[in-house]
Design a binder for this molecule. Structure first.
Ligand code: GLN
Length: 274
């Protein structure tokens, strides 16, 4: 069987598991061949299929995310190392990056709450070459991933990855203030019925936030005045149905707000200004 034939068969095999079956098959084949996807499609369609390919397809057919199988995920045009200890960077969150770049293009100091893989903060640092950032993360394993991403993107000199837990008293005492605070906190309703790819493979502590999915906004919002400079701006990712609720939580702290939509037209972020 050639690579081209195996890709067709694998895409058919994955059609019931994945909305992106053909892309998944291509990413796994490229991984098995040890080449980039574009290289594989352009140069290797007639090669023979590596033995490693079929087991990778079986893993994906059992709902394991592509990012876990191949160990990385593209976000805003850059590759991020991903392990099961961090939320997989999602295309939806690119709207948070866009919103932050638009709202605070001259930010000198950025704080990312719950930095995970570092995708949000490191993307902003890469896009804003004079900016430094602090990524706070409670999970030690996630901090290793963020640190590795900072290093692989050449951003370690401008990115500080720090232990911290915003539910703990005094956690931010020596952080200082920031021109831009970003966060993709957990916002899924605890007990919500998630797709198996997410539910069985991604970290629950990055996803679930109480009965309404609002617990972390309620904890974070009152702390923002102390974390922001006078002109500082915060951009919080939200779930598609949380625009009104998070707006209210932010307004209760005296912020003016603006809702940002993602490419699918769903509410995806709230921008907070003094
Ligand atoms: N958007 C993610 C999902 O639906 C949730 C991310 C989060 O809770 N921060 O899987």
């Amino acid at each position: 069987m050639t690579v081209a034939e195996a890709l067709r068969a694998a895409a058919a095999r994955l059609a019931t598991t994945s909305d992106t079956a053909r892309l998944d098959a291509e990413l796994l084949m490229a991984h098995a061949l040890g080449v980039s996807r574009s290289d594989m499609l352009l140069r290797h369609p007639a090669d023979s299929v590596p033995e490693a390919f079929a087991p990778l397809i079986m893993r994906r057919a059992a709902h394991e995310p592509i990012a876990h199988i191949i160990g990385h995920q593209e976000f805003y045009g850059r590759e991020f190392i991903v392990t099961p200890d961090v939320l997989i960077p999602r295309a939806d969150s690119e709207s948070v990056v866009e919103a932050a770049l638009a709202a605070a293009p001259r930010a000198q100091r950025v704080l990312d709450l719950g930095t995970g893989s570092g995708a949000l903060m490191l993307t902003l640092l890469a896009e804003m070459p004079m900016t430094t950032g602090v990524g706070v993360e409670r999970s030690g394993k996630a901090r290793v991933v963020a640190q590795n991403n900072a290093a692989s993107l050449g951003l370690a000199g401008r990115a500080e990855i720090r232990a911290g837990d915003w539910t703990a008293r005094g956690w931010a005492d020596d952080l200082g203030t920031f021109d831009l605070v970003i966060a993709n906190p957990p916002y899924v309703e605890t007990g919500a019925d998630l797709a198996p790819d997410v539910r069985d493979f991604e970290p629950a502590e990055a996803l679930f936030a109480g009965a309404e999915g609002l617990d972390d906004y309620r904890i974070i919002a009152p702390q923002l005045p102390g974390l922001l400079t006078d002109q500082g701006i915060a951009v919080l990712e939200i779930g598609a149905s949380q625009g009104d609720a998070v707006t209210k939580i932010a307004e209760d702290q005296g912020f003016a707000t603006q809702i940002v939509k993602d490419l699918a037209g769903r509410d995806r972020a709230v921008v907070l200004r003094h």
